[in-house]
Design a binder for this molecule. Sequence first.
Ligand SMILES: [Zn+2]
Length: 151
Amino acid sequence: MKMVVLKGSDAKLIQEEMKRAKDKFPWWPADRIHAAAIVAEEAGELLQATLQARYENGSFERIRKEAIQTATMAIRFLENLPGLSPHGYEPPAAEVCIWQEDEEDGWKTSCGEIFDLDNSTPVDDDMRFCCFCGKRLEQKRVPEANDADIA
Ligand SMILES: [Zn+2]
């Protein structure tokens, strides 16, 4: 198999573009889908540059520049990939609905609802978001009997 090696000048441009991009946009999405959208946006600009070169007097240099930017964002995607969430959107930690276990009524939510889970727990049922307010769900169990005796 023949290895494809970047021309030295392309590799240098990608390095420079990476530094520029990270200085200008230090923020990077926490999930795969939004990170992939950034790569796709650059690829869309590359397509636009080729179309403009064909039909609207666009330049070869612009195509090259957009290809460098697409490659840079794909590399940045790869750099971040191990830590990216597979979900499309993770609400910030502050946006939490606490489900407090109540021995008589089931689970009382901090958004003012009650939900009965038939002796299961939200975590056991893979409930990650409150079905009433949509915030990230955090469960609080009833303390063990021994703890209650002390209190
Ligand atoms: Zn809620």
